[in-house]
Design a protein around this ligand. Structure first.
Ligand code: SF4
Ligand code: SF4
Length: 276
């Protein structure tokens, strides 16, 4: 009765509603540029010190690629502290991951500490040109004020170099083969390093979606490897796999993990045109 008064819904209609809501685990959006990075971090089985943002979803299946998330800006200090406490071998399997706006908000101090204290941690900045989780606000790395006016833009590469990081790399999170190589090189380096995983949020209005893909049933072996990237547009129908063409942004990440070139454009272009 109290619930009915507060919510204005009857108990029976709430039950009907619950029955009709499809199960949808929290996942990154289709076309999200963070997906490729977390797929690689999970594949490499690294210790991932995470932070606060939409990318915190990387902690959830199927990537399962975030081991700690304490508070905003803590990822870098946590990675540095864990590496110091647990030794060099652990440190070389440990990365800090945080977004561009979180890095500017409170991550930069941790990076200064790593350099100052002669740490060797690898910091991965997810630069998606916006502040995704809280509603697409600008931040000092986008080049626009919070009101959308053009302003001075913080250059993340120069900023990392200015505090003493000599190894700074920019990576394309959709080129997962190259990204994996870069991550392996930087975690092996005996000095601090920064990787900027750079690609805009799929929901920014200037980011135009590509052609939706489909799965060719004659090529698909139903191995389900593509499910490992956790794209909500890829649906396991039991007897067959399919792409929800309404959700698909055509980002092409799935084409990089399918060994059978089964993903094609909905208009029938050959797999080779999109499978790099
Ligand atoms: S990875 Fe390729 S072959 Fe395997 S289930 Fe997915 S689409 Fe089919
Ligand atoms: S189905 Fe493939 S191309 Fe479409 S959004 Fe998902 S990963 Fe990107």
């Amino acid at each position: 009765m109290i619930r009915e008064k507060i919510l204005g819904v009857k108990e029976e209609s709430r039950e009907t509603l619950a029955e009709n809501i499809p199960v949808r685990p929290p996942v990154m959006c289709p076309g999200c540029p963070h997906r490729g990075l977390f797929y690689i971090l999970g594949k490499l089985q690294l210790n991932v010190s995470g932070d606060i943002g939409c990318y915190t979803l990387g902690a959830l299946p199927p990537s399962d690629a975030m081991d700690s998330c304490i508070c905003m800006g803590a990822s870098i200090g946590m990675a540095h502290g864990m590496a110091n406490a647990k030794g060099e071998q652990f440190g070389q399997k440990t990365v800090a991951v945080l977004g561009d706006s979180t890095f500017i908000h409170s991550g930069i101090t941790g990076l200064i500490d790593i350099v100052y204290n002669k740490g060797t941690a690898t910091v991965i900045i997810l630069d998606n040109s916006t502040t995704g989780m809280t509603g697409h606000q600008h931040n000092p790395a986008t080049g626009y004020t919070i009101k959308g006016e053009v302003t001075r833009q913080v250059d993340l590469v120069k900023l990392a170099q200015a505090v003493g990081v000599e190894r700074v790399r920019i990576a394309d999170p959709f080129d997962i083969a190259e990204l994996e190589k870069i991550v392996q090189e930087e975690i092996a380096a005996a000095e601090p390093s920064v990787i900027i995983s750079q690609s805009p949020c799929a929901l920014l209005k200037d980011v135009k979606p590509g052609k939706a893909l489909k799965i060719n049933p004659e090529k698909c072996k139903k191995c389900r490897k593509c499910l490992a990237i956790g794209c909500p547009a890829i649906v396991d129908q039991g007897d067959f796999m399919e792409v929800n063409e309404v959700l698909c942004t055509g980002c092409g990440l799935c084409t990089k993990v399918c060994n059978f070139k089964a993903f094609e454009t909905a208009t029938g272009e050959k797999a080779g045109d999109i499978n790099g």
